[in-house]
Design a protein around this ligand. Structure first.
Ligand code: SAH
Ligand code: SF4
Length: 346
């Protein structure tokens, strides 16, 4: 049995024409049922013959995500889904509503091996990578559940996308293909903690897709503490790779900066940030830390504004990210924060 949503369009056409020996348009019919009509049961694909349906049912499947829990924020409508994968592991996805767009935030791993100090996912350890089909299934099942289409996707849920590089790239091709989910490439953003060689590879593999770098500190000694992989890939190397990404794509890069009181929120941190970002066209998102442990506190409003002003005065575009879904723990880094979620190893 093979997942049919694990295949890019080109792979599906090849499977249908070469392996099954059918006409090419059968691939389009299958895509229409799955990606447009959200019909995941081959036996209900009525414009295919009984024989075709039987062959499909016996050899392929659409990854199932069992909805264990759905929470809707009373404050802003943010929706959080807790899904069970076929092996019993659980992941989460979120839909965030902005005035003019819906943004889905999806996971790429069960847990995360990076272990950032402020991140609930990182604290929960690492179990395994998601398959391409499991990444794509998150969008498919959310669209089916809500009966609307999703126009923007951020790879900012659980896990580090560039540690699951091949599956992530393939999932982007499926999200983007007009016969599949048809999400514009410029509306797809991958957020990474910063793995230099993968950043450059990403620029070449999917031109147009956007990049966000989770920097969180401008001094290496501070970033070493917050983002442990910084010991291996220090700030200069990450930002050098971001420059190469920019040279190849022409895209501005988003810099994510989680602000933590008296840790990385001083004026000196802001000035150092201006210095390290020289030569890179960026958009900085300041994210007041969401409380995941009592030692990490949000800076005061005044502190955040002072920090922001230093960046602005240096000509850097910056915004303080609005908090979404905090009442349901759906904000960044809070996925799976509640205890008692079953994790099963394969
Ligand atoms: N692993 C990738 C993508 C998933 S994390 C990455 O780190 O970029 C997505 C975002 O959530 C990152 O910018 C991360 O820094 C942020 N985040 C994690 N924990 C957070 C917290 N407690 N408060 C606010 N943002 C958090
Ligand atoms: Fe992993 Fe991103 Fe969380 Fe760091 S912030 S532990 S890289 S998911």
């Amino acid at each position: 049995m093979r997942s049919i949503i694990d295949m890019t369009y080109e792979e599906l056409v090849e499977e249908v024409t070469k392996k099954l020996g059918w006409e090419r348009f059968r691939a389009d019919q299958i895509c229409d049922w799955i990606y447009d009509k959200k019909v995941f049961d081959f036996s209900a694909m009525t414009n295919l013959s009984k024989e075709h349906r039987k062959v499909l049912s016996e050899n392929y499947f659409v990854d199932e995500l069992k909805l264990l829990e759905k929470q809707v924020s009373k404050k802003d409508g943010t929706i959080k889904y807790l899904w069970e994968l076929s092996d019993g592991n659980t992941i989460e996805s979120v839909i965030i509503f902005y005035p003019n767009r819906r943004v889905a935030c999806i996971s790429t791993q069960v847990g995360c091996p990076i272990g950032c100090k402020f991140c609930a996912t990182g604290m929960s350890g690492f179990v395994r990578n998601l398959t391409t089909g499991e990444i794509v299934a998150q969008i498919l099942h959310m669209e089916k559940e809500e009966k609307f289409r999703i126009g923007n996707v951020v790879y900012m849920g659980m896990g580090e996308p560039f540690l699951n590089y091949d599956s992530v790239i393939k999932s982007i091709r499926i999200l983007n293909h007009p016969k599949m989910l048809g999400i514009g490439i410029r509306h797809i953003t991958v957020s990474t903690v910063g793995i230099p060689e993968k950043i450059v590879q990403f620029a070449k593999d999917v031109k147009g897709a956007r990049l966000a770098i989770s920097l969180h500190a401008a001094y290496n000694h501070k970033r070493d503490e917050l983002v442990p992989i910084n010991v291996k890939y220090p700030i200069e190397e990450v930002l050098q790779a971001a420059k190469e990404y920019q040279k190849i794509t022409g895209n501005r890069v988003s810099i994510e900066y989680v602000m933590i009181r008296e840790i990385n929120d001083f004026d000196s941190d802001a000035r150092k940030l201006v210095e390290v970002l020289k030569g890179l066209k960026v958009f900085v998102n300041l994210i007041p830390v969401n409380p995941v442990s009592p030692q990490l506190k949000k800076p005061s409003r005044g502190r955040i504004m002072a920090f922001k002003e230093i960046l602005e005065k240096a000509g850097i575009e910056v915004q303080v990210r609005q908090e979404k879904g905090t009442d349901i723990d759906a904000a960044c880094g809070q996925l799976r924060i509640r205890k008692g979620i079953r994790r099963v190893r394969r």
